[in-house]
Design a protein around this ligand. Structure first.
Ligand code: RB5
Length: 141
């Protein structure tokens, strides 16, 4: 699975850890930036990750900012993007099983790196269960 990963400056350090974690776990990762701690605008990086997911170039995306809120607002403006802001593993798993979330948002100033990586680990392997949940997604589209 190829995963696009992006952050603003608030999420930069955690993004680097997420990229390393996913790469070591055998996933193909495309980091769209940012690439240092200089102040940037989160919508620009949400746009890049969502474009890769919508085009099919990447199957999923992960977006990280300080709270995760700006990234989730920006990502969910896109038709066909279902972005889930998760700060623990249960909602991360449910966002895949029930909501077929194709983008995970994290708040680097809200949770520590160990919890963040546990969430990522859970989210990348969880699968959409379909059925009545697909019917609900159809209503949204
Ligand atoms: C940047 O200071 C901060 O506003 C951003 O990372 C994010 O938390 C926005 O939602």
């Amino acid at each position: 699975m190829k995963i696009a990963v992006g952050s603003d400056h608030g999420g930069f350090e955690l993004k680097q850890q997420v990229v390393e974690f996913l790469s070591k776990a055998g996933y193909e990762v495309e980091s769209v930036g940012c690439f240092d701690l200089a102040s940037v605008d989160y919508p620009d990086f949400a746009e890049k990750v969502c474009a890769l997911v919508k085009s099919g170039a990447c199957e999923r995306g992960i977006l990280i900012c300080g709270t995760g809120i700006g990234m989730s607002i920006a990502a969910n403006r896109h038709r066909d993007i279902r972005a889930a802001l998760c700060h623990e593993a249960f909602t991360a798993r449910m966002s895949r099983e029930h909501n077929n979330a194709n983008v995970l948002c994290l708040g680097a100033r809200v949770i520590g790196p160990e919890l963040a990586l546990e969430i990522v680990r859970t989210w990348v392997v969880a699968e959409f269960v379909g059925g009545r949940h697909q019917r609900r997604l159809d209503i949204l589209s």
